[in-house]
Design a protein. Structure first.
Lengths: 266, 241
């Protein structure tokens, strides 16, 4: 009697386990299709990371706006993490007031383009006062002046297959022929944050039409719904892609290769 | 067969069972999952904290701005990467466990029966007597240990309904994406840095609870209490005392 019962229990457990496994399989496929799986989904930590990213992408409206503060809220100190790139090209451009600097935008776009700083400044300019926190724990409020990333993306014409916008600064070896050897402070965001109307290509800060030393001159991105580390500085190249698996180690960011989660909306 | 069920922690009452059931299966399972995830949260929380062991009040704070408390710990960057991964993984496990425990606690009358103190037991003299006996390290009698006393009930209620919700909400308030949808969550705590500070103090309160909890388990008989939380039955008191 008890043997038969335990066999029945075993079969029932097997059926439940199979249903659970196939349910998970279906969930994983659906999650992938709707862009709910982050590039750092591997391993045991990847489980928590996927749940956080998927939950936020499902529950947080794509259009929800980060709080805008007033200019009187601006912090007296805007801390800097990391120094300006020592790269020779960067130093030469800096000495020339970035007149020879160009922002390259390519990848899954209809019109790959180069923009000078003067051209970017001629585009509709916006000013936002955002709160920005570092994953270390500190935070500050500052005003950022620039052009919405979405405006520039519309100009170059993003193809429908696009899934990520990738940012390379002068502190990466972005000119490497083999993209898998790229190292440094490159980063990427999904299209939800790329099209978000507060995501800014910032060239000015706190009332000034330029970025002070250490804050990413000539251009940095500002993503107010993620931690500060996502806001790549010293931009040189932006590429639009459907996968980040072929860049560096394939985790979607240089920082993720050094152990920091790719999604920083938490 | 009975042995297997016993080992697996399933509540099968053998004929040799000498005691009444102490904890239901859901309480036992959620208790131990919470134990593991709490340690994950604690270790990773410390790893995150030491990157910037200073607490502030308001929206912003950093080196060079006035702080509320400077913890006597050196700044140690380099642990917040794995710290954050482990923290949010453990947080998910905790929250999902809570989502099983809380509805169960309501529907099975676990909260009403086991945790809600009787009004008469809340008299100051009775509460003071319990605390006094604990402080004197007086072991509870057999009859007393069959149920939670008023102080235990209040402590468990505070953990389940005040500290855990508060630590989850202050954690969410620090998230820039969540704050964009529910701005009131962040401003309600007084800002992102205030939320971080409250998060820290609630964690300290939970650790203090844990210390007292373990001390009380030792007082009541460590092996017997732990066995009760694993198998559901504490067996004979004499055996483990």
């Amino acid at each position: 009697m008890s043997e038969r019962l335990s066999r029945r229990k075993l079969i029932a457990t097997g059926v439940v386990a199979a249903a659970g496994a196939s349910g998970l399989g279906i969930a994983a496929r659906l999650a992938d299709r709707y862009g709910l799986i982050p590039p750092d989904d591997g391993g045991i930590y990847g489980v928590g990371e996927t749940m956080t990213y998927a939950a936020q992408r499902v529950l947080v409206s794509r259009h929800a706006l980060a709080r805008e503060y007033t200019r009187s809220d601006i912090s007296k100190i805007a801390p800097i993490k990391g120094a300006a790139p020592e790269d020779e090209t960067y130093q030469r451009l800096l000495a020339g007031g970035f007149r020879d600097w160009r922002l390259k935008i390519d990848g899954l776009v209809a019109r790959p383009s180069f923009f000078s700083l003067a051209e970017l400044k001629r585009f509709p300019s916006e000013s936002h006062v955002f709160h920005q926190a570092c994953e270390e724990g500190w935070s500050f409020i500052a005003e950022w002046i620039g052009v919405p990333l979405s405006y520039v993306l519309n100009l170059v014409g993003v193809r429908p297959q696009a899934k990520y916008v990738v940012f390379f600064g002068f502190d990466t070896n972005f000119e490497a022929a083999d993209k898998q050897t790229i190292k440094g402070k490159w980063n990427s965001i999904d299209m939800a944050d790329a099209w978000h109307r507060q995501t800014l290509l910032a060239y000015g800060m706190n009332g000034q039409e330029f970025l002070p030393a250490g804050h990413g001159a000539p251009l940095r991105v500002r993503i107010p719904r993620q931690l500060g580390g996502k806001s790549t500085k010293y931009l040189s190249w932006i590429t639009v892609t459907d996968t980040v698996k072929d860049i560096g180690k394939g985790f979607g960011a240089g920082g993720t290769e050094r152990g920091f989660s790719w999604y920083a909306g938490i | 067969m009975a042995e297997i069920a016993y080992l697996a922690g399933l509540a099968i009452r053998g004929s040799d069972s000498l005691d009444s059931p102490r904890h239901s299966a859901v309480v036992r399972i959620t208790h131990w999952i919470t134990t593991v995830s709490f340690f994950g949260l604690l270790v990773s929380g410390i790893a995150i904290l030491i990157a910037h062991p200073r607490l502030y009040w308001g929206e912003t704070g950093g080196v060079g701005t006035p702080s509320l408390i400077d913890l006597p710990i050196p700044f140690m960057i380099g642990h917040s990467g794995w710290g954050r991964y482990l923290h949010f993984l453990s947080a998910w496990i905790s929250v999902l466990t809570g989502l099983v425990y809380a509805p169960f606690g309501l529907l099975s009358h676990h909260f009403g029966k086991n945790l809600l103190p009787a009004r008469a037991d809340l008299a100051w003299s009775r509460v003071a007597r319990i605390v006094w006996n604990d402080l004197r390290w007086r072991r509870p009698t057999e009859e007393e240990s069959l149920t939670y006393n008023a102080v235990q009930r209040l402590a468990y209620l505070a953990v389940v309904f005040v500290l855990f919700p508060l630590i989850i909400l202050t954690g969410l308030a620090m998230s820039p994406a969540i704050a964009s949808v529910v701005p009131l969550l962040r401003s309600g705590f007084g800002g992102q840095q205030s939320a971080r500070t409250i998060h820290f103090f609630v964690a300290v309160a939970l650790v203090l609870f844990l210390c007292v909890h373990i001390a009380m388990v030792c007082l009541a008989g460590f092996a017997g209490r732990v066995r009760a939380m694993i198998t559901g039955y504490s067996a004979a008191r004499k055996e483990c005392s």
